[in-house]
Design a protein around this ligand. Structure first.
Ligand SMILES: Nc1ncnc2c1ncn2[C@@H]1O[C@H](COP(=O)(O)OP(=O)(O)O)[C@@H](O)[C@H]1O
Ligand SMILES: O=P(O)(O)OC[C@H](O)CO
Length: 501
């Protein structure tokens, strides 16, 4: 039976997944997954092994294609969605990385960022890139590698090294070192890219002391990137779509109209508000970023990044040992004592939007002798909803257009949305409905759509949007007085956690 497949790779922070979809409606046909080993070499440092990123990607691509009963000749194209900002540098001649990948959560360049802010450089960086000077983004990570890996800066200046985000590293390896490229959404996360002119910015390269010789070619999010070598999947296959995973999820959620909002609850939480073809500057320390670039036309988003969402649940499991599996948390939260007001501010790697406090660290408030796993699980799940409300309040202040046409403000996805308890509390805390789609793997779906669009096997965005299907709508039930009281408790807890006013 001939079939047209599109493969999608979703290389995330804690796992690598591949999916096969059947064109043109991109019905899911197969999924393969591998957990990704995390490395914490020092307090606030987070690394991944570059070879794990590549080997796991090849493994899951092969498994998904086999599960779908397809061969390489059935595949119209491959889309790649990736954890963003994670930074790699490697030798152009051998492909050998000079260091482990420095992950987006890593805080090692917090002092360098503080120095750049103190020197008054943030207005230039924000005006050109839409970002704030924070260790989250690539630029200071690249500079750290060039300054701390012996010989790296000289090699970079001589043109012997290449920089890339994870998409670029995987593209380089999958094409046998023939292609050094990225897409505009990933470039927009580096602190080096002018998001209006669509070019690497020479003034920012000078500011962060980064040689232009390191930089990849920047392309549309849908279009030809290169051919995956035949030895990977049995025959050459074109990579036709690339996007940062949060932007890919926004595509997968069909958030194509200005005002539409998606929020992904994975390791972190990332909320993107589509603002259309004009970038909206934030007054509330949201990020302005590129949502997608198709045929040279950029659409933009306001983004709120929460560094710890599902990671708080992982901490309950791996740090405290109070659960064995993430799925236990919903039941525990439901049994928690309503008379206790326990708050977890999960600033394990600092606080993201709107605080941007890299020095903040996690804190628990309201503990009593009766506090147990139930109250801790509830506090971890609630913290995700409270942080989301912080973002929504900020976005509404920045741009009055937030909110989908049908009054729902959030389309949700990511591993954490499997938790009905969390989604209900989210709707209660926001006071608006929250929509969970049938296809939860929206990141992979978005990457597949970009590739399928470029391959000519998927329809235009407006028609693709008609495929979006609701699995469940969570309606708010909490009364306003309770909502306000609970949120005030959160704001008080955060005020006692931040390290700078
Ligand atoms: N039922 C659940 N309840 C609460 N958290 C969950 C549940 N299932 C998964 N998670 C959390 O979701 C995260 C995994 O989601 P995923 O989207 O795969 O993350 P990423 O893409 O960041 O690797 C983990 O941090 C996990 O703790
Ligand atoms: O890998 P995820 O899904 O946690 O996403 C990480 C983000 O891309 C970081 O900006």
């Amino acid at each position: 039976m001939t079939q047209t497949l599109v493969l999608a790779l979703d290389q995330g922070t804690t796992s690598t997944r591949a999916m096969a979809f059947r064109a043109p409606r991109l019905a899911p046909a197969a999924i393969a997954r591998r957990d990704l080993p995390q490395h914490f070499p020092a307090n606030g440092w987070v690394e991944h092994a570059p070879e794990d990123l590549f080997v796991d990607s090849v493994t899951v691509l092969r498994e998904a294609l086999a599960q779908a009963g397809g061969t390489a000749r059935d595949v119209a194209g491959i889309g790649i969605a990736n954890q963003r900002e994670t930074t790699l540098v490697w030798r152009r001649d051998t492909g050998q990385p000079v260091h482990n990948a420095i992950v987006w959560q890593d805080r090692r360049t917090a002092a360098a960022c503080a120095g750049l802010r103190a020197a008054g450089h943030e207005p230039l960086v924000t005006g050109r890139t839409g970002l704030l000077i924070d260790p989250y983004f690539c630029a200071t990570k690249i500079a750290w590698l060039l300054d701390n890996v012996p010989g790296a800066r000289a090699d970079a200046e001589a043109g012997r090294l290449a920089f890339g985000t994870v998409d670029t590293w995987l593209l380089w390896r999958l094409t046998g070192g023939r292609v050094h490229a990225t897409d505009a959404t990933n470039a927009s996360r580096t602190m080096l890219f002018d998001i209006v002119r669509g070019v690497w910015d020479p003034e920012l390269l000078d500011l962060f002391r980064i040689p232009a010789t390191l930089l990849p070619d920047v392309r549309d999010s849908a279009g030809p990137f290169g051919m995956v070598s035949a030895d990977i999947l049995g025959a050459e296959i074109p990579v036709l779509g690339i996007a940062g995973d949060q932007q890919a999820a926004s595509v997968g959620q069909a958030c194509f109209r200005p005002g539409m909002v998606k929020s992904t609850y994975g390791t972190g939480c990332f909320l993107l508000l589509n603002t259309g073809e004009a970038p909206v500057a934030s007054r509330t320390r949201m990020l302005t970023t590129i949502a997608c670039q198709l045929r040279g036309v950029r659409t933009y988003a306001l983004e709120g990044a929460i560094f710890v969402a599902g990671a708080a649940v992982q901490w309950l499991r791996d740090g405290l040992g109070v659960i064995r599996d993430a799925a236990e948390t919903g039941g525990l939260a439901a049994e928690a004592d309503p008379g206790q007001s326990v708050y977890l501010v999960p600033a394990f790697t600092g606080l993201g939007a709107p605080h941007w406090d890299a020095e903040a660290r996690g804190a628990l408030f309201g503990l009593t002798r009766n506090t147990g796993p139930q109250e801790l699980a509830r506090a971890a799940l609630e913290s995700v909803a409270y942080q989301t409300r912080d973002l929504i309040e900020a976005m509404r202040a920045d741009w009055s257009g937030a909110g989908n046409s049908d009054g729902t403000i959030l389309r949700v996805d990511g591993g954490m949305v499997a938790s009905d308890w969390t989604m209900q509390f989210l709707a209660d805390m926001l006071g608006v409905p929250v929509d969970r789609p049938v296809v939860l793997e929206t990141t992979a779906l978005g990457a597949a759509y970009l590739a399928g669009l470029a391959a000519g096997v998927c329809p235009a965005p407006a028609e693709f949007a008609t495929n979006w299907a609701l699995q469940r709508r969570f309606e708010p039930h909490m009364d306003e007085a309770s909502r306000s009281r609970r949120y005030a408790g959160w704001k008080d807890a955060v005020s006692r956690t931040v390290t700078r006013g």
